[in-house]
Write a protein that binds this ligand. Structure first.
Ligand code: PEP
Length: 249
């Protein structure tokens, strides 16, 4: 049985004080133990977030990391740096990283390999753009993204992978995939994994949906059989909205 997951991607929002306040508010809520709750604050606040969430059932993840172990990569951070502050989870492949920082699937393949070599858990984001959906090649786009970045992994590595299907046209736009569109794609993804590996592995991989999830649409999306929770952007910055989304899973 796959555990449900709701992860908040805070992106480049919240200063130190605001980060602390949001975490303290989240800590006051009680969540079902059936759901893993995660937050991804900015890198500058990870140390603080890790400290403030000790003893709470809130997991902290980084929003990005470099594929290299160390070296002359000004402005970047490594797996080893994250692990030295007890951060063992990272989001990779977010559409904003792909769009603004040229992160291709080949780059992401290296990042995933580095994270897994360090035994880190990876929330791997992927999804088609609006034009690709309009041209009805969204399944092919998703297939290529997964094949390039992930399908070279040994089956045992998949225990550390959480997939996040995020159609780019739904991120931060207020436009959401319908529950049926999300289910259709998630079932397709599970089918791809089953073909490449086997049904057991396909059934064990959590697949989150991301793209304008709000309290009003969360239950309908999360009730789909192949949707195991959500990666939440804007709504994760508001404690009531995030709590309501977590309760919908
Ligand atoms: C995201 O950035 O991963 C995301 C899903 O954002 P939003 O919920 O704001 O669409």
């Amino acid at each position: 049985m796959r555990k449900k997951i709701v992860a908040g991607n805070w992106k480049m929002n919240n200063n130190k004080q605001e980060t602390a306040e949001l975490i303290e508010s989240l800590k006051l809520l009680s969540f079902s133990t059936d759901v893993r709750v995660m937050i991804a604050p900015a890198h500058t606040h990870l140390v603080q977030a890790e400290k403030l969430t000790q003893g709470a059932t809130i997991e902290v993840l980084a929003q990005n990391m470099n594929a290299a172990e160390s070296g002359a990569y000004t402005g970047e951070i490594s797996a080893r740096m994250l692990q030295s502050i007890n951060i063992n989870k990272v989001i990779l492949g977010h559409s904003e990283r792909r769009a603004y920082y040229n992160e291709t699937d080949s780059v992401l393949k290296k990042k995933v390999e580095t994270a897994l070599r360090h035994d880190m858990e990876v929330v791997f984001c992927f999804g088609e753009e609006l034009e690709e959906r309009k041209k009805e090649c969204h399944f092919e786009v998703v297939r290529t993204q997964l094949e390039t970045a992930l399908f070279g992994l040994k089956p045992s590595r998949w225990s550390k992978i959480i997939l996040a299907y995020e159609p780019v046209w739904a991120i931060g736009t207020g436009e959401t995939a319908s529950p049926e569109q999300a289910q259709e794609m998630h079932a397709f993804i599970r089918g791809l994994i089953s073909l490449k590996y086997d049904q057991n592995l396909a059934d064990s991989v959590p697949i989150l949906y991301g793209g304008s999830v709000k309290p009003a649409n969360a239950s309908a999306i999360f009730s789909q059989p192949d949707v195991d929770g959500g990666l939440i952007g804007g709504s994760a910055l508001n404690v009531e909205d995030f709590a309501s989304i977590i309760q919908s899973v």
